[in-house]
Design a protein around this ligand. Structure first.
Ligand SMILES: [Zn+2]
Length: 293
């Protein structure tokens, strides 16, 4: 069995590598994405071509792409982050590389990687929850990521408060608007002086002893646990894996979010934090591509 190229096309950067069957990365690269949408669109085929040209000694069977957006049958159908929609990345990569391809949402890719070779390895069902600007996720059953008709795993849009703040999806009070980075950003902008904003600034204020900031973080952590508990009631995963920037960054936000998982009524399995870091997306893309080849 040969390797597969894994590509992770995120909101600001693209990462890619040839992934060998044992998980070793060959030629890993990371680039800042160009601002121009038409150049962005070519970034995935460009890095795939570059890896193939630079590493002829590592045969590649397939090419996988993880992308920050909704995906249906190889087509990126919508991405608020990338400013792209209706891009048939599957066909473009297949045409440019001559290999079978797989395209999936980046949170689903991270879930697949953590379930197969990371924090959830060995568990029959793994729910991964990625808390970054938004909240993404993926359900992996017996090593396969569940996609349903296309978009299964859009857990950040679980509506917890219909009277809550508006969400980019069109609903109000979605989980990510109450517990994602975007919610922490909004709270920071509201509470902190001098126009400081962002989850990092809110965490810094709490660390300095700002009790209002700490109480706000704990309120968001309770919303985080509320969404998790609803998902666990429905899905009862053997392993719950928590990842993303909000969970990875040490400090009061991470501490509060992890502590809040101790209140879950419905979770009977294990809880782990993600272990694959920024490589999870490209690893999951390569795993999905290997399945497709
Ligand atoms: Zn929403």
């Amino acid at each position: 069995m040969n390797g597969a190229i894994g590509i992770d096309l995120g909101a600001t950067h693209i990462r890619a590598a040839i992934v060998l069957p044992d998980g070793e990365l060959i030629g890993a690269l990371r680039r800042v994405l160009p601002a121009d949408p038409s150049t962005r669109r070519r970034a995935a085929t460009d890095v795939a071509g570059e890896l193939l040209a630079r590493h002829p000694g590592h045969p590649v069977d397939a090419v996988g792409l993880a992308v920050a957006g909704t995906v249906d049958g190889g087509v990126l159908t919508w991405s608020a982050n990338l400013g792209l929609d209706a891009v048939d990345f599957g066909a473009e990569l297949r045409a440019s590389t001559g290999r079978p391809t797989a395209v999936l949402n980046d949170a689903r890719a991270a879930a697949l990687a953590e379930a197969r070779m990371g924090a959830g390895a060995g568990a029959a069902t793994v729910l991964m929850v990625t808390v970054g600007t938004g909240i993404g996720g993926g359900l992996v059953i017996d090593g396969n990521v569940h996609t349903g008709t296309a978009h299964a795993g859009e857990i950040g849009h679980l509506v917890l408060d219909p009277d809550g703040p508006p969400c980019r999806c069109g609903h109000h009070g979605c989980w990510e608007r109450l517990a994602g980075g975007v919610a922490l950003d909004a709270t920071a902008a509201e509470l902190l002086p001098d126009g400081k904003s962002g989850a990092v600034a809110l965490a810094a204020a709490a660390s300095r002893g700002d009790t209002t900031a700490l109480a706000a973080i704990q309120r968001h952590a309770r919303e985080f646990a509320r969404g998790l508990d609803s998902l666990c009631a429905v899905l009862a995963p053997h392993a719950l894996v928590l990842g993303g920037g909000i969970i990875a960054r040490p400090g009061p936000v991470r501490d509060a979010y992890l502590a809040a998982t101790g209140t879950l009524r419905w979770h009977r399995g294990m809880i782990r934090t993600a272990v694959l870091g920024d490589d999870a997306g490209l690893l999951g893309a390569a795993l999905a591509a290997s399945n497709a080849s």
